[in-house]
Design a protein around this ligand. Sequence first.
Ligand SMILES: [Zn+2]
Length: 392
Amino acid sequence: MEKKKNQDNLILIVCDCLRVDYAYNPDLMPFLNNFKDQNNFSKKSFSNATNTHLAMPTMMTGVHPFSKTNSSGINNKIIGTYLPKIFKINGYSTHGITANIVTSSSFGYNVDWDSWEDFWSQKRKQSGQKYIRKITDKIPQTIKNSLLSPLRKVVRRALPEQITDVKNKVRADKVFQKLKSLPIKQNGNFIFLHLMEPHSPYGTVEDVRKFGISNIKALTGKIYDNPSALSFKDILKIRNLYRNECRYLDKILKEMITYLLEILDVKSTRIIITADHGEALGETEYFMHQSDMVSNRNHIQIPFITKNIPLESDRTYWTEDIYNFLIPSDKYKVIAEPYCVGYKKVSLSLPGIRSEYEPCIVTDLKSIWKIRGKNELPYPIDKASFIDGLKL
Ligand SMILES: [Zn+2]
């Protein structure tokens, strides 16, 4: 008798900002390279979008950037093909853990999971209380009650993103701890893990101890605010910190995969390890993963490693191809568009409202060209969702 489709397992591990040359370096990431050589991998995989805001919705829904929505995150326009939703419809248990705020409940990713953790609500509450206490300590109680209580919620939501603080980065070992606490059966699971090690600010716990938090913060400040002030020595330091993040990530990946292969039925477990995008480390005019830049190949190329999913070694894969490998049934298959789209923010980030973006640059890997809005995208867009400013 044919085996029921929902008895297999699918694991998706996204390593944010993990560039392919570092990922495929066995000296830096010995476990990942051993895993890659024993299974399948692609040398030519690329992200359909320049940063997490639109790359992750594409990976998780198969919808091309800007074809149905201009906003970051998961919303009603694209939720119909959101992976945990279609896995649930197809009889799977769904488990998601993310260390990235951009794939947290704040961006709508928390729906359709049997178990979900994004660490964000808890963090936001804790830091919110700290900030509020600082401000309100000297104010009389009556004023606090009438005036400040309603403001608390707003202040909490308006707090800066925690990922820009090296000490507050949610670490992969925390994700692993959470993973171990989940009631995962041997079969029939979709598991999504989003790890942040290679994301800036770079600096493992060990490096912070070694170089001092103030030195690492000063270097991070330059990357964010004034990259032209970075000396060649600074750039080498940055690359070294990034390398150490990869080394640490490799250690935890080893523990995670070993654990998962122990608790799951190995033969029917498909695994994908990839990134949402790569990272620029000053090879061209920019650092990190600027949303409106596509000129640095290290930024748009991604590692793509699979277990129990054959890959064609000469083919070029895009984020949308990865979606096609993830789906539980061929009926969800999408046409992968061979383009990486860069974009600019066109609305301010306000508490509770997600930013809107507009595409401004495209590459097909052969050339790079500027565009003046989504009408000039090289693929069809859903006309019905043209008026995207209306919030759902
Ligand atoms: Zn990202």
